[in-house]
Design a binder for this molecule. Structure first.
Ligand code: HAX
Length: 437
């Protein structure tokens, strides 16, 4: 058994026993209440699932296994000469809860390079799609097309013992994550570069190889950005739409391929991951309308008000859980401050950050006026030459796969059941209120 799998087995067997004992003793403890506004309002704040890999605090932001993003930037192993964490290290941390050594991270890099071979039919499926198919649609289709190689699906049809579900799920997770950069780069080159594909460089780490296959030739800094980007987008506890979709679909014992595709379809919505494309589209539309690359704060204020008056949201601002600036935004801002403080587009994003929160606050209804992860990423990508906005959510998706698939291994190991909450009709609500007046 490989060393990561071995460690996962040890940790998950222990936790499984603990959870069993805990439920036996405390299973009927009340951990929350549900109000009618939560029932109608997207279940905000309802505690209803367990997610091991990360947890979100409304004010502090995300912690991965207890570590904040600044701590991860310091503690996770880095590429030789690099300053940003290797996403492989975050995967190790999310899966088993320990900061890995440099050697352990190198082992993951090697594994993912070895497992990264994409089935030939997946490229054929992609090539058969209309070239204007949205990159997120292509990603989802490519992932589903690889389901033919699912170890879980094969072992299930052979009749696997339920206590072993976690094992082929781990194999599927490792294979899938390993293949994603190749698929994602293929989608990029086919959509925007006339299908001139770039073969992998087996000497590079997972994030740097993805950067290499995209063909963005702006020095090692873009590789560093990709390592940071792929680290900070990986997980955001379990209730967000992409994570929850993977969790729900996975709970039916769909394999990792089917479950991940569900998550990618949720990520492709503009209120979620697609916001990263919407932000930069909105920024450039503003600059075009104002006919300047260096707008004043007054000009931005007017444009923000115009957007709101036309019944649209300001993309990149607001969050269902967060109530402070997103630390993923802050991490990208600190990257920009260090690497490209004078970049024109970055300056615009920083000015927007000065202008938007007080305006949203002034509306009196927006619960979080602060920027989220998507407010900054586009400006960094544009600066380094990745200018095709409609591709941006694919980058997010490649990263998100690490968190949701690490968790899927845990869900299998802990034997989580089919998810099946209760719904009610509006009629039921009216009657309930009458009866309980
Ligand atoms: N601009 C304008 N209005 C906003 C707003 C924004 N950025 N954010 C929230 N509001 C409005 C809502 O539309 C809602 O208005 P109505 O009552 O008229 O319907 C009101 O403020 C209350 O909303 P909320 O409770 O503060 O926010 P929600 O939890 O309902 O929604 C969203 C959270 C992220 C969907 C929301 O803030 C939004 O639409 N933001 C813009 C899109 C965006 O950036 N999405 C990415 C979020 C992060 C993410 O998942 N990344 O992947």
């Amino acid at each position: 058994m490989d060393p990561l799998k071995q460690k996962f087995q040890e940790k998950s067997t222990t936790l499984q026993k603990e959870v069993k004992a805990l439920l036996k003793e405390h299973g009927s403890k009340i951990v929350g209440e549900v109000s009618l506004s939560q029932v109608f309002g997207g279940m905000r704040g309802v505690k209803s699932m367990v997610w091991e890999t990360s947890q979100l605090d409304a004010n502090e932001g995300i912690r991965f296994r207890g570590y904040t993003i600044p701590q991860l930037r310091e503690l996770l192993p880095k590429a030789p000469g690099g300053k940003e964490p290797l996403p492989e290290g975050l995967f190790w941390l999310m899966l088993i809860g320990e900061i890995p050594t440099q050697e352990q991270v190198q082992w993951v890099t090697d594994q993912w390079m070895r497992r990264g071979v994409v089935p030939e039919h997946t490229f054929k499926v992609l090539d058969a799609l209309s070239p204007d198919t949205h990159p997120m649609t292509q990603l989802s289709i490519a992932i589903v097309s690889m389901q033919t190689t699912s170890e879980f699906s094969r072992r299930y049809s052979e009749g696997i013992n339920k206590y072993e579900y976690w094992d082929p799920t781990y194999e599927d997770a490792m294979n899938l994550i390993a293949r994603l950069p190749r698929i994602a780069a293929y989608i990029y080159r086919r959509s925007y570069h006339n299908s001139t594909h770039i073969p992998p460089d087996i000497t590079l780490d997972w994030g740097a190889n993805y950067a290499h296959m995209l063909g963005i030739n702006s020095s090692d800094d873009f590789k560093s950005l990709m390592r940071l980007y792929l680290t900070i987008h990986a997980d955001h506890e379990g209730g967000n739409a992409s994570a929850h979709s993977v969790h729900l679909t996975g709970s039916t014992l769909s394999d990792a391929y089917l479950a991940l595709a569900s998550g990618m379809n949720a990520l492709a919505g503009p209120l979620h991951g697609l916001a990263n494309q919407e932000v930069i589209k909105w920024v450039f539309r503003m600059l075009d309308t104002l006919e300047t690359r260096n707008p004043t704060k007054e000009q931005i204020t007017q444009y923000v008000n115009k957007t709101l008056a036309s019944g649209k949201v300001i993309p990149g601002y607001g969050h269902a859980v967060l109530r402070q600036p997103d630390p993923r935004f802050t991490a990208q801002r600190s990257f920009a401050q260090e690497y490209i403080p004078n970049a024109e587009i970055v300056q615009v994003v920083w000015k927007i950050f000065d202008v938007v929160p007080p305006i949203l606050q002034g509306l009196g209804k927006v619960k979080n006026p602060w920027p989220n992860v998507d407010a900054h990423s586009g400006a960094l990508l544009v600066h380094y030459g990745l200018k095709e906005y409609s591709y941006y959510t694919v980058l997010f998706g490649v990263s998100r796969a690490m968190g949701v698939l690490a968790q899927l291994c845990w869900s299998r190991a802990l034997g989580f059941p089919l998810e099946r909450p209760k719904s009610v009709t509006s009629e039921w609500v009216k009657n309930y209120l009458k009866e309980n007046a």
